[in-house]
Design a protein around this ligand. Structure first.
Ligand SMILES: [Fe+2]
Length: 291
């Protein structure tokens, strides 16, 4: 009885208006709601997937992991408590804010607020329409996409996400950053998506390194590259990852961390074995330094 997917993300952003333009016009997300201090965006039939809150951190504020039902939700919360984590039963007003039936929160070993919930709000009566014509985002059973978080204590973070939330290790990449040293990137799955979470065991300026959204077609990715070049800045060129086989590129968000926009990855299945790699990419994903 574990979490089944990454469901939603919240960011703290110093420029929510820039995020609004970026989410709609560059990434192709649909606005779900505009508030005084936060805006919400949709990727699919869910009422919302991304919340951008006015704040100074320009970092991840919370990540919501979804359990299938009350039994999985309760057993995950109980397991975290037995491991010694302080798990907070959130009040009705926050459950209503998130649009979920039940909700707990806990701080992970790297200091990121993790919310575990079940019973999110579906909004089939208001169809998802991308304002820039992204055909669709791949979510559903595989959830939002993925996040990569920096952690100062890989062992503790792994214990939290594997023994606590019930995720499984997919693989490890020895990522050679040249003068930045080598880092053992660890990737974790909780459904067919190769990873919903990756951990970067290195000191980093922000908790989040990047988040990933997956579109249905290569044309969606190509058009996103065009929009990113027009509106913003590309961080890593189009390429294909060694482990999930995703075709993707990376852009810089208005908060300074990155976003990966991709398509066409392979799934993990029951025949999957944990392996390791010496490179993050088969080809491409070349760093573009700012002018
Ligand atoms: Fe990624």
């Amino acid at each position: 009885m574990t979490v089944d997917r990454l469901g939603y993300l919240g960011f703290d952003a110093s420029d929510v208006d820039a995020w609004s333009r970026y989410a709609n016009n560059t990434l192709g997300m649909m606005t779900a709601a505009k508030g005084k201090d936060s805006d919400r965006y949709r990727l699919d039939s869910r009422a919302w997937r991304l919340a951008v809150h006015r704040g100074e951190a320009d970092d991840i504020s919370y990540a919501g992991f979804e359990a299938a039902d009350a039994a999985a939700f309760n057993s995950t919360a109980e397991r975290l408590r037995q491991m010694g984590y302080q798990v907070t039963n959130e009040p009705d007003d926050l459950k209503a804010d998130r649009g979920v039936i039940d909700l707990v929160s806990v701080i992970d070993p790297s200091g990121v607020r993790i919310e575990v919930y079940y019973g999110a709000t579906e909004l089939f009566e208001v169809p998802f329409v991308s304002p820039v014509g992204v055909s669709s985002f791949v979510t559903g059973e595989q959830g939002f996409g993925h996040i990569v978080l920096a952690t100062p204590d890989l062992e503790k973070s792994m214990e939290f996400y594997v023994a606590g939330l019930g995720m499984e290790l997919s693989d490890i990449i020895d990522w050679d950053l040249g003068p930045g040293g080598k880092h053992k990137l660890h990737f974790f799955n909780c459904n067919r998506r190769h990873h919903s979470l990756a951990l970067l065991p290195a000191p980093a300026p922000k908790h989040i390194h990047h988040f990933m959204i997956e579109s249905a077609s290569l044309d969606d990715v190509g058009r996103a590259i065009d929009r990113m070049e027009r509106d913003s800045r590309i961080l890593l060129t189009f390429g294909r990852h060694t482990n999930d086989h995703m075709y993707s590129f990376y852009g810089i968000t208005p908060s300074g961390f990155a976003v990966e926009f991709g398509c066409g990855p392979r799934d993990v299945d029951r025949s999957w074995s944990v392996v390791r790699y010496d490179s993050i990419s088969m080809w491409g994903h070349k760093f573009i330094s700012p002018e």
